[in-house]
Design a protein around this ligand. Structure first.
Ligand SMILES: [Fe+2]
Length: 351
């Protein structure tokens, strides 16, 4: 007997297809939960971010794969990987780095009601390509022996001749200083800012060298009387259990400049979703978690920063500094001024 094609199809092939479909459906939920993951490229050091990511995984079940590196390296890597990049989220410090990644087309836009509600507009990109997650202030560290707090006022004043040979600050190749210069450009324009840089350089006790903690230690050691540093470096010394760090703090005070005018220059650590993210939903969950109560608390406290979400209280150490007035400029503006800030620092001899 000849079996028609039609008979064979219905008697043999169809049941096989049906079974495959049943197995696929049964397997689907398992496969999904295994696949829920998000890949993070982080300029923030592992010790400062891992506990936050672990809390995220515990709350959502989403696995996080972390790659840490310097901001420039991560940006170069993302550019080289292009659409093959496994990264879903790029996390980095300072709006200058966030702006460069944006300009290189590395982020995609994200419109999240929750993020907009939790993060004040001046700490996020107007197009949702990056969102600030923590705030740091660029403060003046001063010698308690040789300077009275009442002699201090503004960044502008650091260019006054009475501070000749008494001020230190790291190189202008560092983004923190570039963003500070950008904030001066925003407030005063190029000519006055150039003059300020000239005065500051003339007052330097030594050529720019080292990081912010090195500047604080140098003030304690008597190499200079004033330094410009990010607040969390001071916070790290406060949290330290080493005797020599405690001694440094006995000798060095922290001052928030420009309280009587535009406010102290602040910056952010922040993140955005990469242009070619393959796990967009998980990436959105991560950003929303980082902006929420638990995420904010862990993210800010681990590095002694201010939470960006005004509903979340700062750590014990940070709240002891008291409240201060922050410059209200939208940080995206400072990103736009980054190129001009770098050129001006170069022209005026801030190495
Ligand atoms: Fe830093």
């Amino acid at each position: 007997m000849v079996t028609s094609y039609r008979e064979t199809y219905f008697s043999k092939v169809l049941p096989v297809i049906a079974w495959v479909l049943v197995l696929l459906c049964l397997g689907a939920p398992v496969a999904d939960s295994v696949a829920e993951e998000v890949n993070v490229y982080s300029g923030r050091k592992e010790a400062l971010i891992s506990p936050v990511l672990a809390a995220f995984t515990e709350e959502t079940g989403i696995q996080v794969n972390l790659l840490t590196g310097k901001a420039d390296q991560l940006r170069t890597r993302l550019e080289a990987e292009g659409r093959n990049s496994p990264a879903d989220v790029l996390l980095t410090s300072d709006v200058a780095n966030l702006y460069r990644a944006t300009a290189a087309g590395l982020f995609q836009e994200l419109d999240s009601d929750l993020l907009r509600k939790r993060i004040p507009s001046r700490y996020r990109d107007p197009n949702g390509r990056w969102y600030g997650l923590s705030i740091r202030a660029r403060v003046i560290a001063y010698s308690k022996d040789r300077v009275s707090e009442f002699e201090l006022s503004t960044y502008e004043d650091l260019a006054d001749a009475r501070w000749k040979g008494r001020v230190i600050v790291r190189s202008s190749s560092n983004v923190y200083n570039q963003s500070l210069i950008a904030s001066m450009l925003w407030a005063h324009g190029a000519s006055d800012t150039g003059q300020w840089i000239r005065g500051l350089v003339a007052n330097m006790a030594r050529k720019p060298q080292g990081g912010d903690t090195d500047q604080i230690r140098a003030v304690a050691a008597g190499e200079a009387d004033l330094a410009i540093v990010n607040s969390y470096y001071y916070g790290r010394l406060l949290a330290s259990e080493r005797d020599q760090d405690r001694q440094v703090l006995g000798l060095v005070g922290m001052f928030f400049p420009n309280q009587d005018d535009r406010g102290t220059h602040v910056n952010i650590s922040g993140a955005g979703i990469t242009a070619h993210s393959g796990n967009r939903a998980e990436a959105v969950s991560l950003l929303e978690f980082l902006s929420g109560p638990l995420g904010q608390k862990l993210f800010a406290d681990l590095n002694h920063e201010f939470p960006v979400n005004p509903e979340v209280a700062p750590s014990q150490i940070v709240s002891e500094w008291g409240s201060f007035k922050a410059d209200s400029v939208a940080l995206a503006k400072l990103g736009e001024f980054n190129g001009a800030a770098v050129r001006l620092a170069d022209e005026q001899g801030w190495r």
